[in-house]
Design a protein around this ligand. Sequence first.
Ligand SMILES: NC(=O)c1ccc[n+]([C@@H]2O[C@H](COP(=O)([O-])OP(=O)(O)OC[C@H]3O[C@@H](n4cnc5c(N)ncnc54)[C@H](O)[C@@H]3O)[C@@H](O)[C@H]2O)c1
Length: 309
Amino acid sequence: MQIKKIAIVGSGLIGRSWALLLARSGYPVTMYDINKEAFIKVRQFLIDALNTLSSKCLLSPENFQSISDLVVVTDDLAQALYGADYIIEAVTEDIEIKQSLYAKMEEIAGSNAIIASSTSSFPISLITARMVNPERCLVAHPFNPPHLIPVVEVVPGPGTATDVVDITMEFLKSIGKIPVLCNKETKGFILNRLQNALLRECINLIDNGVATVADVDAAVSAGIGLRWALMGPFEVFDLASDSGLKGFFEHFKPVLEESWQQERNKKLDSEIITKIIEQFNAVDRPEKLKRIKNRDEMLIDLLKIKKQI
Ligand SMILES: NC(=O)c1ccc[n+]([C@@H]2O[C@H](COP(=O)([O-])OP(=O)(O)OC[C@H]3O[C@@H](n4cnc5c(N)ncnc54)[C@H](O)[C@@H]3O)[C@@H](O)[C@H]2O)c1
């Protein structure tokens, strides 16, 4: 299947970042949203993000305009879906909104168009519960910001057609993404399961008075995260023992099993949330937009080193 035109339904933080990614790959993109104000943010985002890419020598000024021109916006769903071979849904994370939207899209979209949800949490089988033929739908969950972070997890449901998965995996690779396939509709898919496990320990460490928010953040960004940006946890530990991963498990099996016993899974009560927020806010930081720009610039530098941009 040749993908020629893309529709993005939902033009918020994730939708607009997908739009930039796809337009940079040369695709005409039509964006739809129920809130027209989202379109003002789309234009501002494109200007800011293209400026950042251009300041990092990733595009020339003449491409700047042609990329922006590939992104058009409309408040008419039928117009957005017209002629689209691939539809990316990135609306608010609300199951009622998603289910009624999918039922509507089924009536309007071309019969061969694939529909990929950006959802961070809902299985596609739930999102498509009101559709008659859900086989063309699946989850393609990006990591924020999608125009920079390479990984996208692809999560089919039991009703998703195999060729829809194959086309999506190939399509994502063709636009420079690194798709990972989540074979089962597990809660949190792959990425959020991993992220949530670490976050649980971060919160436990603060709750138990073992460490401060600042030290937990530093432990991740100046320690674990630096290695993880280069290789996954299994490869990290393969390098951590002369006898490789096998030696690692032989040595650390008791330590790992003991540490998994020691922490209970807590409820997130207001006391711990307040403690974390107070500690986080006690540190002076530049304003948020500046921090986002800074994050994106550092991500680009890192991706350049990794030859992933
Ligand atoms: N924010 C993240 O870090 C992140 C990361 C990965 C995936 N996601 C997922 O991406 C999706 C979008 O999240 P976001 O952070 O961009 O949210 P957002 O609030 O920034 O944007 C959502 C947009 O959807 C629009 N919308 C709501 N109902 C609509 C409808 N019926 N039709 C068309 N547009 C509608 C809203 O007006 C808004 O502009 C969610 O499913 C979320 O789980 C978010």
